[in-house]
Design a protein around this ligand. Structure first.
Ligand code: ACM
Length: 752
């Protein structure tokens, strides 16, 4: 009797524990180093009294962002005074806590809540964990007893915003900072100047914002395609804007309170068309609208840049100051007498060295003011100046080179961290600059490439994503491009490699959609599209098909392999399957038995040319894919020409397949893609020739392109020649013309 009573109590208790924990959500992003959940629930008082170490008083104000905390009263603990044993306490760590210098700890139990850290940045991280937990709970005031010990993997956790291509109001920049803080970013890179507009008041040069902050067209693309002119503020067509120094200071203070450093970028020596329009005497030609580069041989250039930086330094206390350095067109310097004279005087052997000279002057200047220079990886050209930190954007190579040479590096490779890229099927998206960067690809990024020599890894300070706004004209659109990809990056920067898990991140992310909604963010919603990966197995002569979706449950996908439309009765997708014949696959996502997404349709070809040798009469260029096995490896390209199956040509294509013996040929096809933003076009025509000896070919047909070269959406076309009568041949030659002289991308020569 007794026994059974205590047993039932235990069970009841067990049920209680279970439901208490089930009510609490610990799906924190970025994933903390350690979370242990215990039995019991703590209720945060809405009128909260916080016992706080003196130093942490300003940081504690951030607790008002917690959705359950309505008001705060502080009880300040004087230095060296021990914290009481109970209550809501935010206190300085002591040696006995054994807490890392970059860590914070949170203990929630029957005595209350105790947050500890050594310093303010770590306290802020802890507070944002609490704020996030508040948003994640059904009842934000209730949280299960738990212990959290947490610290970041990288010290630099960055997000960038280009306000030159489209000006973004200060209220939005603050909102951006708000979200960054919740996800533990600590550096905001503000791209303030570029050809499309100068965005910061400079008192010594008021014309910069009277004229170069305004242009004739609101949308960058319209402006770019229609004369690229600046106008005075007040002109009926003037579009743009700028931040006063007071506003910029306000932002700096606002961000600093949230633990975020603001790094201003003032572009030089390139990307400065707007400066040259106002001060043409700083260009080589002396004429406005002639170039975007400063003349380096002109002393006035350095006078101007130093004067500008002097004001910038009074606004931005950041140790790092970004001076751009990317994509300068150096050809003007080659013929400019002033530049040539400087090169001679300084013994500079190339225009690369001339650029390096300019960067070095700025580096020395910034160092003399106690600051550090950051530049894009082009600052490596012509020799990297002593104190510079490199932002590696053209892949990781620049970063690897700089880190191995002992320079600090921030990784921002275009392949993984350019949030201006498409995030899903470009055919379904607002126009973007190009690229293809899915959430899981961002998540997969590791900022320390294998090529970094062991002891040099410390030079990788962290990673940053960039959002260039050429094709991102509104604040809502910025939100759409940045979230949730920024959440994936937050975990890349914070969580150790071993603790990262895409499946677990995707699961936790489901809880964060509610948070993003409560923050009123126009985030990119996970698509109901289905995508596929086909991998050909040469030994089995079959294809393994993997279907994917951004929804959490892939088993809601239904598919057919006979070309019929999928219905709720079709086969549910339970994992990769093998297909040993040619098939036409259709797949779609279903919710509550209703087909909710578009049908994905694709062909799987097991065709005659697989594994056969291809001779290239013209060579691929820049995009080798799988080199000379690409076009007959049985694998089709996907939505991105970066996916390793699309081979790129800048010449016409002229290739020959050797089938090794005479075969009966019914059909020859090649796929092409068009994406005119980055200059990828359909061929004008595809011609097919057959031969028995590989020397004399007979033409058997031509397929003419019918896709307009103005079509700006991502487009795919199978150029397919069906022979009226099957023909015998051993060799097949295919030529594809390149009338636009852009890129041709093709993935396979398909022969039946
Ligand atoms: C850059 O994207 N030009 C740094």
């Amino acid at each position: 009797m007794r026994l059974s009573k205590s047993l039932s109590l235990l069970l009841l208790g067990g049920a209680c524990i279970f439901s208490a924990q089930a009510q609490s959500n610990f799906d924190i992003i970025p994933k903390p180093s350690k979370v242990t959940v215990a039995t019991g629930i703590y209720t945060i008082p809405t009128q909260l009294t916080v016992i706080v170490s003196d130093d942490f008083q300003p940081a504690v104000q951030l607790l008002t962002e917690h959705p359950a905390i309505k008001s705060l009263t502080l009880e300040v603990l004087k230095k060296n005074k021990k914290a009481p044993k109970e209550g809501f306490r935010i206190v300085k760590a002591v040696d006995a806590d054994n807490l890392g210098k970059n860590a914070y700890s949170i203990q929630i139990d029957e005595k209350g809540l105790l947050l500890k850290a050594w310093d303010t940045p770590q306290v802020i991280n802890g507070i944002y964990t609490l704020v996030q937990l508040g948003y994640l709970q059904a009842d934000p005031s209730k949280i299960a007893f738990a212990t959290i010990v947490d610290e970041p993997r990288f010290s630099y956790r960055g997000l960038h915003l280009d306000v030159s291509r489209h000006f973004m109001p200060l209220s939005f920049v603050k909102k951006y900072i708000d979200v960054m803080a919740i996800y533990k970013f600590n550096n905001f890179h503000w791209h303030l100047t570029d050809g499309a507009g100068w965005r910061l008041e400079i008192k010594k040069y008021p014309e910069l914002t009277q004229k170069a902050a305004w242009r004739t067209h609101t949308h960058w693309k319209d402006w770019w395609n229609n004369g690229r002119q600046y106008v005075e503020k007040g002109n009926p067509n003037a579009s743009g804007g700028f931040y006063t120094q007071e506003e910029a200071r306000e932002l700096v203070d606002y961000a600093a309170r949230k633990g975020i450093n603001v790094i201003p970028e003032i572009e030089m020596p390139g990307h400065s068309e707007e400066v040259m329009a106002v001060y043409p005497e700083l260009s080589c030609s002396g004429k406005p609208y002639s170039q975007g580069e400063f003349c380096i041989g002109n002393e006035k250039t350095f006078e101007f840049l130093k004067n500008v930086l002097d004001e910038v330094l009074t606004i931005f206390p950041s140790q790092y100051i970004h001076i751009g350095g990317d994509e300068a067109e150096k050809k003007h310097w080659e013929t400019c007498p002033k530049d040539q004279a400087l090169m001679q005087k300084e013994g500079l052997k190339s225009v690369d060295e001339l650029q390096s000279y300019a960067i070095k002057q700025m580096d020395l200047y910034l160092q003399s003011k106690g600051r550090k220079l950051i530049g894009w990886d082009e600052i490596l050209q012509g020799g990297l100046t002593e104190g510079a930190t490199v932002m590696s954007w053209r892949g990781e190579e620049g970063g690897i080179k700089a880190a191995n040479a002992g320079h600090d590096v921030i990784m921002t490779p275009g392949s993984h961290l350019y949030f201006d890229s498409y995030q899903t099927d470009p055919r379904t998206q607002p126009e973007a600059i190009g690229g293809y960067l899915t959430l899981d690809k961002v998540y997969s990024y590791d900022p320390i490439p294998a090529a970094i020599q062991g002891d040099k890894a410390k030079h990788i300070l962290g990673a940053q994503a960039n959002i260039w706004t050429e094709y991102v004209p509104t604040t809502e659109h910025v939100e759409y491009m940045v979230f949730p990809r920024a959440l994936a990056l937050s975990e890349v920067n914070w969580t150790t490699k071993d603790a990262k898990s895409w499946a677990d991140f995707q699961r936790r992310l489901q809880s964060h959609y509610k948070l993003l909604q409560e923050l009123n963010l126009n985030y990119y919603r996970p698509s109901f599209n289905v995508a596929y990966i086909a991998s050909y197995n040469a030994i089995k002569n079959n294809n393994k098909i993997t279907l994917t979706t951004e929804q959490l449950n892939t088993d809601q996908i239904r598919y057919t392999i006979d070309g019929s439309e999928p219905t709720i009765q079709s086969t549910p997708y339970t994992g990769p399957f093998e297909l040993s014949s040619t098939g036409h696959i259709n797949a779609a996502y279903f919710q509550d038995s209703i087909k909710i997404g578009p049908t994905l349709s694709f062909d799987i070809d097991i065709h005659r040319a697989i594994g056969k040798k291809v001779t290239y009469n013209t060579q691929w260029s820049g995009y080798p894919a799988q080199k000379d096995s690409t076009l007959t490896n049985g694998l089709m390209g996907g939505l991105s020409y970066h996916d390793g199956q699309w081979q790129g040509f800048t010449s016409p294509i002229d290739v020959v397949v050797d089938l090794e013996r005479r075969e009966e040929i019914h059909q020859v096809a090649m796929n092409f893609m068009q994406m005119i933003g980055p200059g990828v076009y359909m061929p004008g025509e595809m011609e097919v020739f057959l031969s028995d000896n590989g020397r004399s070919f007979r033409k058997v047909g031509t397929v003419i392109n019918d896709i307009s070269d103005k079509e700006s959406k991502l487009t795919f076309k199978r150029f397919e020649l069906k022979l009226d009568k099957a023909q015998q041949a051993r060799y097949i030659k295919i030529k594809a013309s390149n009338p636009k002289k852009g890129y041709l991308f093709t993935d396979e020569i398909i022969v039946y």
